[in-house]
Design a binder for this molecule. Sequence first.
Ligand code: MRU
Length: 343
Amino acid sequence: MDAIAWHDGALALLDQRLLPGESVTRRYTDCAGVADAIRDMVVRGAPAIGVTAAYGVVLAARQRYAESPAAWRERIEADLDRLTASRPTAVNLGWALDRMRGAIGAIPANIDPEPALLDAARTMHAEDVAANRRMGELGAALIESRCEVITHCNAGALATAGYGTALGVIRAAHAAGRIAHVFAGETRPWLQGARLTAWELVEAGIPVSLIADGAAAWAMRQGRVRWVIVGADRIAANGDVANKIGTCSLAVSARHHGVRFMVVAPTSTIDPGCASGADIPIEMRGEDELLSHAGARVAPAGAGAWNPVFDVTPAALIDALVTERGVVQAPDRERIAALLADG
Ligand code: MRU
């Protein structure tokens, strides 16, 4: 099942808020609807929201060109801004929009922009799947012997254009006989681990046990977990990694227990404009996401909540960064710069 698809002139998104109970695909024909879908988490995961935003630009161009073939380029800026503002942490969103800006700039005057922009969005979509396959091979090769791993949030086919980043490595390593079993953290409060990762792994026939987020250190103490494998939403120039809230705790626990920590992300997730993790904007979501569950209040009236939905793991706690261009062992500023210079 595709999380993102272009069909009959419209964008089709699988509504991830309803999985695994219901598989509902929603159809989008205007850019405002796409920006709302990203903000409201119909689609989520850093690479997936980048590709989605690219298709949003196609829809914006269609509308703006129909309004005014002469002024569509100026008018579409408001749509690009709206898409940019839909979620702040994943840099893939801004990266995809910058690429679409480049494609807009290359379109000659008085030409319908939709075909060229659709081509650009489709290229990005296909490139992301290819990058994930490559990262799957590279990451699986780091896992020496059959073991158990922990993953967090959902960095699978649903969070990308297909196959997945962290789950791509897990798929490839399981196929090679190197991963026997996966612990998936449930990932409060949106339960991406319980609802999405466990679903993807069951579908793939990979043994998975759900754990409460707070159980990860205890799972590590049992001695069978060799790797924590996660995705990323933004990687700073010094190798600090923003990912789903709870990732930093996993990295601290992993170092304490001698478990290795792997981040799997395409180079589009690296933001050379952020010198360190301190510069990464961390999305804050509403208190109600924590104070309630399944529509019912779980905390007493009068209690507040603090709900950052990402955290930053310092580069010093990361053993390997796997990208489509290669593996960076013990990432730091120099090694990240060298990786980017190679491309
Ligand atoms: O809030 P979400 O579900 O968009 O958060 C997603 C994550 O944190 C993923 O781990 C990250 O985007 C990597 S996805 C390949």
